[in-house]
Design a protein around this ligand. Structure first.
Ligand code: G6P
Length: 742
């Protein structure tokens, strides 16, 4: 109410000021216009009469002058003629009675010998006077004076007031009315609805924001965020309380936070990876933030959100430079930063040699036994060394001023980084986590730079792999390739005064605590897939030759050929993200997959059904989630995989009573998820059989298997992974000379 009174007061006062201002200006200009008009008329008359009167005054003929004046005089316009001594000679009759005894203006005109003008009050009336000297034999013989009525020049303020009060009333009333309406519809009404909505949120009943316009839209989304954070905090607190009650030692985001606070004494955490957690890309004229399809990112992101710190990664998006500050840093997530991303820029040549070349044409196929031959080029190796040095420089710069920091280096892109950093800063505690498999010593031995790679890795205090088998392979490789003491008791490699511990730490995902809001339902999904579809399976992959996508499609084809009853009733949906597409092998695979889908669909499809729905492109977690949630089965058929987090994401999100996981036995995940239907992806028959088993599995068995797997993923979650890794790292006492011991 106060607001309305203030608004109306402001409207009325400003209307008053505006109208008064306009009236003042109007009076001034009207006055000027009338005066100019009077002047012009008086001058015309004066100059015209002067010529006629001059001969008469020279001859001293007042009668003639009188006749002339009578002709030109009128009630509102008087004329008078004075002699050279400023004495009145003749005046028009109406004027005579009002004329004062002497007129100073006449004397002035005679003395100055030029016309004089001005307004004077005569007989109580404003009169405009124009006095012009009359010439006679070279000197003034008298003066002619024109008197014009100037009463209209004086505008009566009360008239003006009357005229403008009405204007003021109309203007102020219309503006007030409009303002009241606008305030009501744009402020009061939405505010009332927002208050209602805020009340619902406070009561823990989430509802969509009631306003979407620009005025309150951003406020509403801030509110939503706040409510969501409060909700999450409340849920986390409830979970913690429940766990305490149950006496469970489950790792949660909150527990990891506490752990970092108490064990790391708030020393910031430094993470280095090639792939950044957020890529900024131009989409037309807009910048879009994309979470990349990367197991590493899926795992590390929740950890960084919980712990905070600095994540150094390659800025690979074409709009990445537009979204960082002068130090190449940005807060993530942008709307409520929990940690800092620092982007390192690479030239095209560096990216080509280091990322596409050595990392992905050399080390990737070397470590994955998927029968794609590794390619080792000297120039790629040089670029790999150069980029490792570049990242070491960027990291060391950031570590300045932090004592005994913790650094988590990620993956095969940075095998040389641990040593480079350790040599410069022996006090840094370094963990290197290798996200891909480690092959046996013979297989790794074909790498021309295996010594340099192993020595670089052994600069770390802790080297993590997903499974024990990869740890064993690594120790075996070190044993065979370099001079070092392999301590099998402690699972460590000792070189000089430095010890690098080797540990299996199976990576995982953050538990899915709640239903995704606004997700598409199973019924809607099935409807989209076809009118007769009753079941669907899902696959989620980067298009990579290690993922066994072609083998999976062949298994689906075989399934439909062998069990034709399922045609039209079952569909397989593949969500495939293009990956590393500058590499020829990946381009070829992309085409092969396209061709396989086309061929299989062509040979089996009907008018209203096709066996494989192939969704090629980048999909956000939110888009993928409904497929995970509602699929009857999910196929992870990697030919070889370090862990494979799609398997764990699926287990985490799937409906307990419905989902079945078909999982390649050559993934790290297969060691933990024994309740999946484990398959050999090279055995197409076996996979087709597994699909049938998945669809026909009795509900009780499904629930039992999925329930057990959910329990495992819930317990062995990513917070546990980070907690165990950091726990190991904090247990090491690192000496300034670079010696690490337990
Ligand atoms: C694997 C690697 C990750 C990598 C991811 C995606 O999971 O271990 O380091 O980020 O694949 O590959 P990309 O080359 O796109 O980063």
């Amino acid at each position: 109410m106060k607001l309305i009174i203030r608004l109306l007061g402001a409207i009325w006062v400003s209307s008053l000021i505006i109208i008064a201002g306009f009236a003042f200006v109007q009076i001034q200009s009207e006055r000027d216009r009338l005066l100019t008009d009077l002047e012009r008329r008086a001058w015309l008359l004066g100059e015209g009469l002067k010529e006629a009167v001059e001969p008469a005054i020279q001859r001293g003929s007042p009668h003639r002058i009188e006749r002339i004046l009578k002709k030109f005089g009128s009630p509102r316009r008087g004329i008078a003629v004075y002699d050279q001594f400023a004495n009145l000679v003749v005046a028009t009759p109406d004027l005579a009675s009002r004329l004062p005894a002497s007129l100073p203006m006449v004397s002035k005109a005679l003395t100055a010998e030029e016309a004089q003008k001005g307004i004077e009050t005569m007989g109580g009336e404003k009169t405009y006077l124009y006095a012009v000297p009359l010439q006679g034999e070279g000197r003034p013989a008298g003066a002619l004076v024109i008197f014009m009525d100037a009463s209209q020049i004086e505008i009566n303020p009360s008239d003006l007031l009357q005229r403008n009060t009405l204007r003021l009333l109309i203007l102020a009333s219309v503006v007030s009315l409009l303002t009241l309406l606008v305030v009501r519809w744009s402020i009061t009404h939405p505010m009332t609805r927002m208050t209602e909505w805020a009340r619902l949120l406070r009561a823990g009943k989430p509802a969509p924001p009631p306003v979407s316009d620009r005025l309150f839209g951003s406020l509403a989304s801030e509110f939503s965020e706040l409510a969501r954070s409060l909700d999450d905090a409340k849920a986390a607190a409830e979970r913690e309380a429940l766990l305490r009650l149950e006496g469970e030692a489950l790792w949660t985001e909150e527990r990891l936070k506490q752990f970092v606070r108490s064990q790391l004494n708030d020393t910031p955490l430094f993470v280095v990876s090639n792939r950044e957690p957020l890529i900024h890309q131009w989409r037309g004229k807009k910048i879009e933030a994309i979470a990349p399809a990367s197991g590493l990112v899926a795992a590390l992101e929740p950890v960084m959100r919980a712990c905070g710190g600095l994540w150094i990664a390659h800025g690979s998006g074409d709009a990445d430079r537009e979204t960082v500050n002068a130090q190449d840093k940005a807060g993530v997530p942008p709307e409520q930063p929990a940690y800092t991303l620092k982007r390192v820029w690479l030239t095209k040549e560096e990216e080509d040699g280091y990322y596409y070349g050595f990392a992905n044409e050399g080390l990737w196929p070397l470590c994955h036994i998927a029968h794609t031959r590794p390619v080792f080029r000297a120039q790629d190796w040089a670029a790999y060394c150069e980029v490792n040095r570049k990242f070491a420089g960027a990291l060391l710069e950031e570590l300045k001023g932090t004592e005994r920091p913790y650094v988590l280096i990620q993956d095969y892109h940075f095998a040389l980084l641990p040593r480079l950093v350790k040599e410069a800063r022996p006090d840094v505690r370094i963990a290197l986590f290798w996200h891909i498999p480690w092959p046996n010593a013979e297989a790794f031995g074909i790498c021309p730079w295996q010594h340099e790679i192993l020595l670089g890795m052994l600069g770390a205090d802790l080297i993590g792999f997903h499974i024990q088998f990869h740890c064993n392979n690594f120790l075996e490789t070190v044993d065979r390739a370099i001079e070092a003491r392999v301590d099998r008791e402690r699972f460590a490699v000792v070189r000089g005064r430095h010890t690098a511990y080797v540990k299996p730490l199976p990576i995982s995902v953050a538990p899915e605590e709640k239903e995704q809001e606004g997700g598409i339902s199973r019924e809607e999904l099935l409807r989209e897939l076809g009118p007769s579809v009753e079941w669907f399976g899902a696959g989620v992959d980067r298009i990579d030759y290690t993922k066994g996508i072609l083998e999976r499609f062949r298994a689906i084809e075989l399934f439909f050929r062998r069990y034709p009853d399922y045609r039209q009733r079952m569909v397989f949906v593949e969500l495939a993200a293009p990956s590393r597409s500058h590499i020829k092998r990946y381009q070829d695979l992309d085409e092969e997959v396209d061709r396989a889908v086309e061929e299989i669909n062509w040979s089996l499809e009907t008018n209203r059904w096709k066996p494989i729905v192939y969704l090629r492109g980048h999909h956000s977690h939110k888009e993928i989630w409904p497929y995970y949630r509602h699929a009857d089965f999910c196929m992870v058929t990697s030919l070889h995989d370090g862990m494979n987090l799609v398997a764990k994401e699926y287990v985490s999100a799937a409906e307990e009573e419905r989902g079945v996981l078909i999982l390649s036995r050559f993934t790290g995940a297969a060691r933990e998820l024994a309740d999946a239907l484990l398959v050999n992806p090279y055995h197409i028959d076996e996979m087709a059989q597994a699909i049938r088993l998945a669809i026909e599995m009795p509900p009780g068995e499904r629930t039992l298997r999925m329930g057990r797997m959910k329990q495992i993923v819930r317990e062995r979650n990513i917070f546990r992974w980070a907690g165990l890794l950091l726990e190991e790292l904090t247990r090491l006492s690192v000496h300034p000379a670079g010696v690490a011991e337990v």
